[in-house]
Design a protein around this ligand. Structure first.
Ligand SMILES: NC(=O)c1ccc[n+]([C@@H]2O[C@H](COP(=O)([O-])OP(=O)(O)OC[C@H]3O[C@@H](n4cnc5c(N)ncnc54)[C@H](O)[C@@H]3O)[C@@H](O)[C@H]2O)c1
Ligand SMILES: [Fe+2]
Length: 401
């Protein structure tokens, strides 16, 4: 990608109040798109939008790992309400529902038949409404990305287009304080997955590298703290920043192998997005440093060694530094109580056997595989999923957890 896109990002404690300045005088009708859990916490947001001169409606039908159908239903509600401002409020799922509903509200013609939104599609958005994203998890980075990730026919599908990048991303860490520990942990590993995937992606650029490095550093420094004490507002703020910074990194350079593997597991076993990515991450990293890079792809060994040095890991040579880095990922996952293999994630033997071919099929078709710096064919995917089942790492250093 030869350009870099970002919304206006407002960040920091108390920032919710600043929203009025962004929206005042730009319309009279607003719709907040969220889910039933977060609708209960929307009152402060509603008050601010009302005070800025808007009539406010809430559509709360979003769902985790949302389906394409639910976004079309949301867009029909928008077509009836006719707002000039759409606000996505919630985790990545609610934000993606809101982004897709906004697209189909602006362009109802796109919601018919075989739906495909790719970078080249001319959308002509913002004829009816502007879009504000207010995240309440610290993970997906959806508040700043050009992507919408949905589920259709039991597999993850992605829409990608630079017009979909929100106008404003409003980060207020107080909105994330209510996240339970498991949600904090899994969404935090998604941040790490974005940082690493974006950094080794075949589409990385000079513009995305720094964002990926810095977001990984913040996540390593603050994720365990946010998990240990959910009221630690500094740790919450740092993780919120890390999520958005990683979003700008991978959003302008693509996610890669961990997301191809994670999406397959998420769809096959109904696993939350961040957990599936966190589980896949160390295996994906070991894979890319154990296999030759595709010609002209960024060299994963050099890249991960740079990451290890950036994080201050000291060892005699690059191979040892990289192993220490991968171990650091596993140690963090273990510390915050996230599974290191599919068995620990609660997948039974029967479920694994029944879904094995499907897993390989889903991963081999996942668009993120195209961003992987190494080739990964069907047989290698089979081997990787077998390793993820029992908790071994593919490569020279096979080890049992
Ligand atoms: N568009 C993108 O760029 C992008 C990138 C990565 C992932 N995703 C997608 O995002 C989705 C995952 O989003 P997520 O990980 O943020 O989780 P989520 O949005 O699915 O939320 C999980 C649950 O947590 C609840 N929740 C949200 N905020 C909360 C809070 N502050 N306190 C208590 N509960 C809260 C939600 O109501 C929901 O029940 C997946 O569908 C994934 O594919 C999108
Ligand atoms: Fe992700």
């Amino acid at each position: 990608m030869a350009y870099f896109v970002s919304p206006k990002v407002l960040f920091g404690q108390g920032m919710l109040k600043r929203l009025s300045r962004e929206i005042e005088g730009k319309g009279t009708k607003a719709v907040i798109i969220t889910d039933k859990v977060m609708a209960k916490y929307a009152a402060p947001l509603v008050d601010i939008v009302k005070a800025a001169g808007y009539q406010v409606d809430i559509w709360d039908g979003a769902e985790p790992e949302p389906s394409l159908e639910v976004t079309i239903t949301a867009s029909k509600a928008l077509l009836e309400l006719n707002p000039q401002l759409i606000i996505g409020f919630g985790g990545g799922s609610a934000l993606d529902v809101a982004k897709a509903a906004w697209v189909f509200y602006e362009r109802p013609d796109l919601a018919m038949g075989e739906i495909s939104i790719v970078p080249k599609t001319v959308l002509n958005l913002r004829k009816k409404a502007r879009f504000v994203a207010v995240p309440t998890t610290s993970g997906t980075g959806s508040e700043v990305t050009w992507a919408i990730i949905l589920t259709s026919k039991n597999r993850k599908i992605a829409f990608a287009n630079h017009e979909i990048v929100p106008d404003v991303a409003l980060l207020d860490p107080s909105l994330t304080v209510g996240m339970p520990k498991a949600l904090t942990a899994s969404t935090g590993l998604d941040v790490l997955g974005h940082a690493f995937d974006g950094y080794v992606s075949r589409q990385q650029t000079d513009f995305t590298d720094g964002l990926c490095l810095q977001s990984a550093k913040i996540a390593f420094d603050y994720l365990a703290k946010a998990c240990k004490d959910g009221n630690d507002i500094v740790a919450r703020e740092k993780m919120q920043n890390a999520a958005t910074i990683a979003g700008l990194g991978f959003g302008n350079g693509n996610t890669s192998f961990a997301h191809a593997l994670g999406h397959a597991m998420g769809a096959a076993f109904k696993m939350p997005h961040g957990r599936s990515i966190g589980l896949a991450l160390p295996y994906s990293l070991q894979y890319v440093v154990s296999h030759p890079a595709i010609p002209n792809a960024p060299n994963p060994v050099q890249r991960l060694d740079t990451m290890a040095k950036f994080l201050g890991l000291e060892e005699k040579n690059d191979a040892k530094r990289i192993q220490k880095l991968i171990q650091k990922v596993r140690d963090l996952a273990r510390e915050i109580g996230e599974p290191l293999n599919l068995k620990d994630a609660g997948v039974t033997d029967e479920q694994f056997q029944a879904n094995f071919d499907n897993l390989v099929n889903l991963a081999s078709k996942d668009v993120n595989l195209m961003s992987c710096p190494c080739e990964c064919k069907e047989e290698q995917l089979r081997q990787l999923f077998r390793e993820m089942w029992v908790g071994r790492i593919v490569g020279d250093n096979i080890q049992q957890f």
